[in-house]
Design a binder for this molecule. Structure first.
Ligand code: ADP
Length: 169
């Protein structure tokens, strides 16, 4: 018996943008990878119900870290921040869904881990602002900008999770 596989037509870029809901660029920083927190962190976003659109382990070139954090260029901690991001592999992710940017920031917790609520990723796993385990975009615009920096225009996967009807009315 030959199985029939329904292949979803590839949307044109213009259509893809119009049907796509919000995206957050989320990155497990080198300390999170080295400390073996990758599985736990991915699991929190999966269980919340957001859709994974991109995922890779990546050794960050300095120019990419500089571009990502260019708004912080004048901050005194900027050189140390770029060094930290490039100090070992990171896990780059794009999560999509309704309200994902603000929700991811809540799951992640405050920038300073000592001020992050228990139950958040930084609240549960970190102490210092310079070793705060994870990044999440701070606006939908930055979600798009950062996704383009880390995944380019072709780096995401369009797919339909079969559990969608159990997550969306
Ligand atoms: P967030 O990552 O919560 O969006 P920011 O955009 O303000 O926070 O800062 C980006 C990253 O820069 C932080 O996650 C943290 O790793 C680092 N950082 C911010 N403030 C400081 C600081 N005062 N000292 C050292 N590193 C900092």
């Amino acid at each position: 018996r030959t199985a029939t596989v329904a292949v979803r037509p590839t949307l044109s870029r213009a259509n893809a943008v119009s049907v796509r809901s919000e995206m957050s660029y989320v990155m497990i920083k080198p300390d999170g990878v080295q400390r073996g927190l990758v599985g736990d962190i991915i699991s929190r976003f999966e269980r919340k119900g957001f859709q994974l659109k991109g995922l890779k382990l990546y050794q960050t070139p300095q120019a990419v870290a500089e571009e990502h954090y260019k708004d912080l260029k004048e901050k005194p901690f900027y050189p140390a921040l770029v060094g930290y991001i490039c100090s070992g592999p990171v896990v780059c992710m794009v999560w999509e869904g309704k309200g994902v940017v603000a929700s991811a920031r809540k799951l992640i917790g405050a920038t300073n881990p000592l001020a992050s609520e228990p139950g958040t990723i930084r609240g549960d796993f970190a102490i210092e602002v310079g070793r705060n385990v994870i990044h999440g975009s701070d606006s939908p615009e930055n979600g798009e900008r950062e996704t383009a920096i880390w995944f380019g225009s072709e780096g995401l996967v369009e797919w339909t999770p079969t559990m969608t009807p159990w997550l969306k009315e």
